[in-house]
Design a protein around this ligand. Sequence first.
Ligand SMILES: Nc1ncnc2c1ncn2[C@@H]1O[C@H](COP(=O)(O)OP(=O)(O)OP(=O)(O)O)[C@@H](O)[C@H]1O
Ligand SMILES: [Mg+2]
Length: 333
Amino acid sequence: MLDSSVKPSSIVASLDQYVIGQDQAKKIVAVAVYSHYRKLARSEADQTRITKSNVLLIGSSGTGKTLLCDTLSRVLDVPFVTAEATSLAQTRYVNEEIEAILQRLLDKASGDVAKAQHGIVYIDEIDKLKSADAQPQSNSGESVQHALLKIMEGTGVKLGNARYIDTTNILFICGGAFVGLDEIMSQTHGYGLVSFSKEDNQKILDRLNSRVKPTDLFSFGLIPEFTGRLPIVAHFQDLSRKMLVRIMIEPKDSIYSQFREIFESEGTELTIEPMVFDQNAEIAYEYKTGARSLRGIVEELITPILFVVPDDPSIRKVRISSLFSAPTFVKEK
Ligand SMILES: Nc1ncnc2c1ncn2[C@@H]1O[C@H](COP(=O)(O)OP(=O)(O)OP(=O)(O)O)[C@@H](O)[C@H]1O
Ligand SMILES: [Mg+2]
C-alpha cells in the first residue's frame, strides 16, 4: 500500500522535479492515486468493494503524459507497469498479451500477489483503439477495448505459472493524444446557460466547455462502456516556447545537466548560453512534436564537440553561444 507519509502535495512535489508545467494534470493524478489508496485501506478495514476511479490522460504528443506516469511509478513505492494499447491491437492473442502485462506487474511486486493486486497499470496510446481502425490480421480496436474493460472492471486472470491475479483493486491510468478530439468538442459543446453575474457565467461556461464529455470520447471511437470506466480526465497543455526552454534546463535529469555531466567526466566544463535554448525551443515549437525534438537538436550540436574533446585533455572549457556559430574552446596553457 501507499506509504502513510505520501500526500497529494508530496506526489506533486516529486513530479515537479522531472515534469515541467502540467500543474493541473499533476494535481488530478496525485489526488486520484491518493484517494484510490485511501479507499483501498478503508475497504480492507470494513470488507467492502470499492468504486474505482480510473484516470484518462489526454494531451498532444510529446507533452509529458508518459513521462508523468514513468515518474509517478518511480516516486510511488507500488508495483507499476506500462503497456502500449497499440501492441494489444496488433496481436491476435489479446488475452495472452494482457496476461503478460499482469505477469510483469507481479514481477515488479517480486512475486507477491497481494502487492501486485494493489498496483497501477498505465496503458499508453489508448486513442489508437478507435473502433473504426480495424486492420486485417489483427484485433479490432473495439475488441481490445472489451478485453481491457474486463480487467479494469476487475476479474481473476490466470497467469502462466498457475497463479491467479485479481484485478479488482488495480488502478488503471490510460493515456492518449486523441488527435481530432478538439474538433469533436468544439462541435458538441456549446452550453448556452443560466445567468448569474456575467463573469461567473463565463467561468462556468469555460469550465464546462473544457471538460471532455463521455460522448466526445464516444464520437472519437471509444466504446461507451470504456469511457464510463475512466471518470477522471486530466488534460495536458500544449507546451509553450518558455516551457520548452525550461524542459531543457530544469528537470533533475535535464538534457543540459546530462551533457554537463558527460563533459565533466572528461574534465571539461560545458556552458550552453540561453540563446541556444531559445533557438532550439523555437525550432521544436515549429516541429509541433512537443518536447520530443529538443534532444535530437542538442545531440546534433554536441556530437562533433564530444568527438574531439576526449582526444584533447587540455580542453578545459567549451562554450556554445548560438546554434549557428562555432563553439569556443578554452585550453590549458
Ligand atoms: N512537461 C514536460 N516536462 C519535462 N519534459 C518533458 C515534458 N513533456 C515532454 N518532455 C520530454 O519529452 C519526451 C517525450 O514526452 P512523453 O513521452 O511524455 O510524451 P507523451 O505526452 O507521452 O507523447 P505521446 O502522446 O506521443 O506518447 C520526454 O521523454 C521528456 O524528455
Ligand atoms: Mg506517450
